[in-house]
Ligand binder design. Sequence first.
Ligand code: ATP
Length: 332
Amino acid sequence: MVSAVSFQKVSRHFGSVKAVDAVDLDIEPGEFFAMLGPSGSGKTTCLRLIAGFEQPTSGAISIFGERAEGVPPYRRNVNTVFQDYALFPHLNVLDNVAYGLMVKGIGRAERLKAAEDTLALVRLPGYGSRMPGQLSGGQRQRVALARALVNRPKVLLLDEPLGALDLKLRENMQEELKLLQKSLGVTFIFVTHDQGEALSMADRVAVFNDGHIMQIGTPHDIYQRPASRFVADFVGSSNVLPPEFVKLHSGQMRWASLRPEAIRVKREQDANGIPADVVALNYLGASTRIALDVNGLRLHAMIPAGQPLPEQGERVTISFNREQIHLMDGEA
Ligand code: ATP
């Protein structure tokens, strides 16, 4: 099967800055793909390379099997939703959505019909005559989405699409985007530095650092089986265990990770467990995060609401199954 987007050893250097460095990547048609990483790790540059706003210093990019080099952005069958939405303030919603079709020379009646249909798709039917300034942030974001979808691109690029929305709205939009993407079957590629967003929406996630992809996998893989300390640290709130600790509890001399929810905390002393001191409690609603000191090693555990909580300063016993210790590759 031909990939929707394929990178072969793609680099984009700016002087001495290796924004993207020898990246290999294959994104499947119809996939919801997330590019996750800290600020400056090269995600946006990758997106701009796919859109055609940026040219690779070296390497090859293909979009649905066709080489992309030299193909201008408007001929790529790829659209972008920018973080600031970039709506035209002086055009009403319908004309904003229809704009791309006008540029393509589609007749007025046809493009307004397509714009109406697409507004219905993003659940904004009847908003066509409003001006962008009369919309809420969430509505503006839907208009931006409609504008990018109106000419039915094969690939939609989303740069931090939900970054400007408040938490509640963001969660709603995450669900909606995912449903919309699946019903349209369009390949969505989105950039985020929010690991929760990447894990909850994407079919697969690429974790970026320093112009490189550190790991590509399903959210479950990335979360449960981080390939390196960087991924374990960046995705979720894993405990990173030093080799001495791991040797004691699994026999192997390697760095490893252990998810906070894998640690059981008992208030009684128990010779089968490991003694730990409670340093701090952090109430989060559905659970409480507990900072523990184990012989100088700081670990975090997660206790679901409803279970008994220890007190700050209390000596407790922690335990976990050996299988929950995830050894990391190449980190002896
Ligand atoms: P953010 O989450 O902050 O948007 P990012 O992961 O998207 O970050 P990029 O915007 O791709 O990161 O930038 C990667 C690196 O390339 C950064 O060090 C950045 O300063 C550099 N860079 C990006 N564009 C340019 C440019 N036009 N000229 C020079 N350096 C650039």
